[in-house]
Design a protein around this ligand. Structure first.
Ligand code: 5GP
Length: 125
């Protein structure tokens, strides 16, 4: 089954500058911004600029440069927000994919959650 990217999804609109975001970091291939409905004191979304639906789409289709940039952007966000497990108290990173993953926005994003104990890894429902 081919991945179908919806160019009208909300993160595509943020990337095109059609709607604003509270930017944390921008690199050549990635963008990070605060979640509009934060679930923790630190709740940042990190997205690639390319049109990838979810992580397995990205990992199988993106260039090595995009993948490296995205990885480094996540690390830099952890440093900026003070949640790195090296110098801070750590974080949880989540990337939902598809219906069973309960993915709301169909553009790859990683949630970086921290600033408090995040609790159980998986909740029912
Ligand atoms: P998902 O369920 O797809 O993994 O998460 C989507 C996330 O995007 C949610 O945490 C939601 O709060 C966030 N979100 C949805 N619309 C916007 C928006 O317009 N701006 C920002 N900054 N976050 C959004």
């Amino acid at each position: 089954m081919a991945y179908k990217y919806d160019t009208q999804n909300i993160f595509a609109k943020i990337l095109r500058g059609e709607i604003p975001c509270d930017k944390v970091l921008e690199t050549e291939h990635s963008l990070a911004f605060n979640d509009i409905s934060p679930q923790a004191p630190v709740h940042v979304l990190v997205i690639p600029k390319g049109p990838y639906v979810c992580f397995d789409h990205f990992a199988s289709s993106a260039s090595d440069q995009e993948i490296a940039d995205f990885s480094r952007a996540i690390s830099e966000v952890c440093r900026i927000k003070g949640v790195s497990a090296d110098s801070g108290n750590g974080y949880r990173m989540i990337s939902n994919a598809g219906p069973d993953g309960v993915q709301e926005v169909p553009h790859l994003h990683f949630h970086i959650l921290g600033g408090r104990r995040i609790g159980r890894m998986i909740q029912p429902g």
